[in-house]
Ligand binder design. Sequence first.
Ligand SMILES: *Cc1c(COP(=O)(O)O)cnc(C)c1O
Ligand code: SF4
Length: 363
Amino acid sequence: MPTPSAADWRDWRWQLRNRLKTADDLARHFTLTPEQRALLDAGQGFETGVTPYFASLCKPFDPTCPLARQVVPDAAEAQTAAFERADPLGEDIHRVAPGLVHKYPDRVLLLVTDRCASYCRYCTRSRWVAADAEHLGQDELDAAIAYIAAHPEIADVLISGGDPLLLSTARLETLLDRLSEIPHLRLLRIGSRVPIFLPMRIDAELVHALRPRRIPVFVNVHINHFNELSAEARTALALLADGGVPLGGQSVLLRGVNDDADVLRETFFAMLGCRVRPYYLFHCDPVRGTAHLRTSVDAGLELMAKLVGFTSGMAVPKYCIDLEGGGKVPLWPRYVDQLDRDMVTLTNFRGERWTYVNEPRTR
Ligand SMILES: *Cc1c(COP(=O)(O)O)cnc(C)c1O
Ligand code: SF4
């Protein structure tokens, strides 16, 4: 590849066109074992794609780089454990209209595109993402919106994919306009990794499209490691925050990436520094071929116990497991030892035992 001009580098379409996909592309930045090359050459696994921008943030030729581990296929992807699933969240069984998952009483998940700027090896939706469905067609989108309009119990629409910020600004704008006209909706939110993989996509027109209508539009950004917050990513997040877009963060707990209390603390503070409030830390779902990126639930709880009370509560997200079809379960280190009718025994964040008076219920 010839050296890109500065204008090319800042052009998000150039970044997408020039994603690293093949073994030869990746070998320019990363050390590949013969097994990794064989896996890439076979071309059968989950889609590979890394923007040149994100590759430039990775430590060159260092397989332990926490950013490279998220996007470069490992030979271990070829191994599937018995409990691993293609659809670990049971989304397909809760689909009520094209691209629409209705699992919780008052909110739905709308999957508008199967495209992402780069592909995370642990992607929960790898069965479906980059599988050529591309963007939801007009008829499909109409059917999904008709379902939402016909269900007054729905208050909140989470727009995800794939990455909704890869839709054209005009399409996104129309979608947000149409949804905000549904009178019973109270909240729209978008889940995206574009500010991390493709920060040059965030421009003034996009920020304008994300403005609040009758109801607010939140953007939750998927961020796993403080090294992802480069000068370009910080600029993109500042454009969104300055434009009045409320920002939340969601992270995935990944072995060799962020399964360390210091890394998590630093990452969550770095997010707050970008005005992104950490919202969820997800336990990595049992997606096929991802065992090498998962850690144990007890390790996750130990990490949470090292954060809660020891660092700003603003920097502590909810740690969650998403059950196959059962929804998200928040996990919290154990602080309640015993709950009696007149007394509660508690352990504080320092591990000290306390008792606290429990008052009788009055109603
Ligand atoms: C995560 C999720 C939501 C949103 O859940 P919150 O806890 O409100 O953030 C909605 N629908 C589906 C299917 C989800 O997976
Ligand atoms: S950005 Fe999200 S949807 Fe896209 S590959 Fe990564 S985890 Fe999957």
